[in-house]
Design a protein around this ligand. Structure first.
Ligand SMILES: [Zn+2]
Length: 268
């Protein structure tokens, strides 16, 4: 794994090319181009949005995504339509820091109407609706996994946890931020966040922006950053396979002929 943004983007671009698609520039941030791309047919039953690298000191998130696209995605391509933003914080990645240039935590800026990253996401995603969005993160201070979930009701988080439990322990009662974590899952809506958490956040995270515009259901996964990179990458691969296996099973019917299954029924 390298922290060199342009090399990382070349690797993603090559992977997209190998898969018959293209990574395209969707905007600029801190003088770096930001990229996104789509894979598979919009007619595929399960639509998934994946974002990575929003915090620059969490390199396992884009590294795991790259490996999963190269090794696992081809097995799912007929059932899966995917939009991917492989690295949303180039400056942070290059400088091995959480924040973007100027010390800006990008995951606290999505309340701003004219935020550059938000505009870049709109550029690729406008008019689309996803069954699930996953914002891939790492918590650099932990040896355990946990996941934030925004959903009409908690549906997937517990099963995501079940899928990776053989690999890594999870927070069972409370996340490192002090949020209640039931068996590794923090269920939330922006309105329901406690004052304490809101004060700590000081701004809107990407997952809340995505649930406002592009999905009813968002996961923010937090790999345990204290584990070796290769192990984190392996965990993220298992996690994504597990989610996609569940998702493609849940969304078997063509999109044009189904209601939103997961909104009303827990079919997984
Ligand atoms: Zn993060």
């Amino acid at each position: 794994m390298t922290n060199h943004y342009h090399k990382l983007i070349r690797q993603f671009s090559q992977t997209f090319s190998d898969l018959g698609s293209s990574l395209i520039p969707v905007g600029n941030l801190d003088s770096y181009p930001i990229f996104g791309g789509a894979l598979g047919s919009p007619q595929a039953p399960f639509h998934l949005l994946l974002t990575a690298g929003l915090h620059g000191d969490e390199p396992g998130s884009p590294a795991g995504l790259l490996q999963w696209l190269q090794r696992a995605y081809p097995h799912w391509r007929d059932q899966l339509y995917l939009c991917v933003f492989p690295c949303l914080n180039p400056y942070g990645l290059e400088h091995c820091q959480r924040e973007a240039d100027g010390g800006v935590d990008l995951n606290r800026q999505f309340h701003q109407y004219d935020f550059r990253l938000a505009q870049g996401l709109h550029c690729l995603l406008q008019g689309q609706r996803f069954d699930l969005a996953i914002d891939l993160h790492e918590d650099i201070d932990t040896e355990k996994f946990y996941v934030w979930e925004i959903a009409p009701k908690p549906l997937w988080g517990p099963r995501v946890i079940q899928g990776i439990l053989p690999l890594v322990p999870v927070y069972h009662l409370e996340s490192p931020d002090g949020a209640p974590a039931v068996n590794g899952v923090i269920s939330q809506t922006y309105a329901s966040l406690s004052r304490k958490i809101k004060e700590r956040l000081r701004g809107r995270p990407l997952s809340h922006f995505l649930t406002e515009h592009y999905t009813d259901h968002a996961l923010t996964t937090e790999l345990p950053g204290k584990l070796p990179l290769a192990r984190r990458v392996a965990i993220e691969n298992v996690l994504l396979n597990h989610v996609v296996q569940r998702g493609t099973a849940a969304y078997m019917r063509p999109r044009s002929r189904r209601a939103s299954v997961m909104r009303s029924n827990d079919t997984m």
